[in-house]
Write a protein that binds this ligand. Structure first.
Ligand code: SDX
Length: 428
């Protein structure tokens, strides 16, 4: 393959380097395009054909349904690793040995208190507030209580900010849930594992001994691993571009939470459950919803289906679907919604509209069924997605900063009014 691409404009040829990644992906390096062509740029709404960066964190092949974190297959990590190990892998590039993992966890535990004044902020929210809005606000507020974590330039300062957010974010998640439920906001228990502690903070009742369920621990651990990173998705790109102005890690993560909230992105897991509930209420009439999803006049989409990159089964959906059966069985939960989901999936996988557009179930299609079996409220599902995605956001932000990437500032094609003289209001 030649190592350049040639662009001919108005009879003039311009050569641009072809760059190849370690998985043989090829990109045209257009860093010199504007200068070489006298100001010509590209345009690509949604960046469907545009790479924003070179990254060594996550590789996915949408045609083959492959997902790897730092070279390790998602299937292996979901089966054999735990969430904190995967967080270390994503952020620092290697699986930790026992000593490194213990040191990482103890550094996190040392930061697991959240300033009590944060309670005043959460108290100011109405109980009806959507948890994603609360979480994004509280995460940004962490900046006020941890000023040393704002302008971090050295790797050491970044490390301190990283262990702080990994420590405090689960507390904010638990407080967001418990605030809605009118339960006291307490701290975790540093004698527990990372995921065990999250579950205890979320679910411990003040008047009862908390009994850990290994089924819940394993289920949440696996779900968090499966959500941990996904290369340059909408919310991760948001974290990177906010961080590219050298805004702090907490502020960048807060922006990522807001991007994830959208129903086309992480908010889809909540929208899937609401859709499945509506279908069930409708007597299981999946055909009606399939027709709505295919009707161009109807804004309704089959939530949990389709993906910008996967044009094959999302490997995470495959794992979660198997896990859903096991978790519900182990928890002794009978949820008719699971059968509605499976029926809908089968219909869509045999429907030409979906097959021809390569629309398959994505990570959000089955995850809510497990969260629901764990007694997590539907409007907290995207918060759980954010909890899983946190290490990926951190890893991508750290990579962007360590690579000294330039501030993100896309160009545009102006299509508005050309110059015109100002008119006094009396003449308009
Ligand atoms: C996540 O990017 C990531 O990696 C994200 C994520 C991650 O881990 O970070 O994987 C997490 O966000 C998963 C996606 C969750 N969102 C949903 O489930 C919402 C429903 N899905 C769609 O809105 C849609 O599939 C997107 C947003 C996910 C992808 O949209 P694209 O890539 O912009 O595709 P498109 O809108 O151009 O659709 C192509 C065609 C269109 O039809 P035509 O114009 O060709 O006739 O497919 C149709 C669309 O109308 N289509 C759907 C559909 N998704 C696409 N039709 C009905 N139902 C759907 N769900």
């Amino acid at each position: 393959m030649p190592n350049t691409a040639t662009l001919e404009i108005n009879g003039q040829k311009h050569e641009f380097p072809l760059v190849k990644g370690t998985e043989n992906e090829v990109a045209i390096d257009i860093k010199t395009l504007r200068a070489a062509t006298g100001g010509i740029t590209t345009i690509d709404p949604g960046y469907k054909n545009t790479g924003a960066c070179e990254s060594a964190i996550t590789f996915l092949d949408g045609e083959k349904g492959i997902l790897r974190y730092r070279g390790y297959a998602i299937e292996d990590l979901a089966q054999k690793a735990d969430f904190l190990e995967v967080a270390f892998l994503l952020i620092f590039g290697e699986l930790p040995n026992q000593e490194q993992l213990e040191e990482f966890h103890s550094d996190i535990k040392a930061q697991s208190l959240v300033d009590d004044d944060v309670r005043k902020i959460i108290d100011a929210f109405p109980k009806s507030a959507h948890p994603m809005g609360v979480l994004s606000s509280l995460t940004s507020a962490l900046t006020a209580f941890n000023p040393s974590s704002v302008n971090v330039n050295s790797e050491e300062d970044m490390y301190h900010a990283i262990v702080k957010i990994l420590a405090k974010f689960p507390v904010l998640v638990a407080w967001t849930l418990r605030k809605k439920q009118g339960l006291p906001l307490d701290y975790g228990d540093n004698s527990l594992g990372y995921v065990e502690n999250i579950l205890k903070m979320m679910f411990k009742k003040p008047n009862e001994e908390y009994v850990q369920s290994q089924v819940m621990v394993d289920a949440l651990d696996k779900l968090l691993i499966l959500h941990a990173d996904h290369e340059q998705n909408c919310s991760t790109s948001t974290v990177r571009i906010v961080g590219s102005s050298h805004a702090g890690l907490f502020a960048s993560i807060s922006a990522g939470i807001s991007a994830l909230w959208g129903p086309l992105h992480g908010g889809a897991n909540q929208a899937v459950l609401e859709m499945l509930e509506a279908i069930k209420e409708d007597g299981g009439d999946t055909k009606k919803y399939m027709a709505k999803a295919k009707d161009k006049e109807d804004p309704f989409r089959l939530m949990g289906f389709g993906h910008r990159v996967y044009k094959n089964l999302d490997p995470r959906a495959t794992i979660i679907k198997v896990s859903a059966d096991k978790v519900l069985n182990d928890l002794g939960v009978e949820d008719p919604i699971l059968e509605v989901a499976k029926g809908l999936e089968q219909e869509a996988l045999n429907d030409d509209y979906f097959v021809s557009r390569k629309l398959y179930p994505n990570v959000d299609f089955y995850s809510g069924i497990i969260y629901r079996a764990m007694d997590i409220p539907t409007d907290m599902f995207t918060v759980m997605f954010a909890l899983g995605r946190l290490p990926g956001w951190i890893a991508q932000w750290r990579e962007m900063r360590l690579n000294n990437e330039p501030i993100g500032r896309p160009r545009q094609l102006y299509i508005g009014e050309t110059h015109r003289e100002f008119k006094n209001i009396k003449k308009r």
